[in-house]
Design a protein around this ligand. Sequence first.
Ligand code: FNR
Length: 192
Amino acid sequence: VIKVVGLCGSLRKGSSNRGLLRAAAEIVRSIEGLEMEYVEISALPFVNEDLEVNGNYPPAVEAFRLKILAADALLFASPEYNYSVTGPLKNAIDWGSRPPNVWAEKSAAVVSASGGSRGQRSQYHLRQIGVYLDLHFINKPEFFLNVHLRPPKFDANGNLIDDSTVQQLKDVVTALYEFTLQGKMMMMNIVE
Ligand code: FNR
């Protein structure tokens, strides 16, 4: 079974990016051999090396790091804040990067629901961060969504209600699944 962890860059209750992750979880349920867990980042303290005592991290950070470690793939859904990734998401990424880097060798995909930019700049910043973390992002399909489009793609609770957008999201999830599976099979061949 391939395990995907979903991470949301917005802490907002009615977050549209969180809505994308709920829709992705629904899609994952229809794909055999794929599981998805949403991992919350809002309880993480701000990164601070003073909180690292003898190589140990605060309990919330340890729990977060273990969940990432257990994942085969990551699905990031995040708005763009001031042309980049959001502060909360960067904070979570930074905690995961402390030794040993729990992001290394995992596959990943990124989707965004954002303002007029549709999150493009933030996605390319995230991909750049991924180079250093050794995260392997799928290149395509790319997924960018403008939250201001009318008629709205989300209902008042942030649930994705547009069929063609669900299909685009499905294409991303499927590509992430296939890419991760390929990586796993290559590893198995090397080990045998
Ligand atoms: C934004 N927003 C935004 N949008 C964008 O496309 N480019 C940007 O640079 C920014 N910058 C920005 C900064 C800050 C501090 C906030 C709070 C917001 C708008 C943002 O993308 C929009 O509100 C999204 O809908 C938020 O996503 P959620 O919360 O619905 O998931």
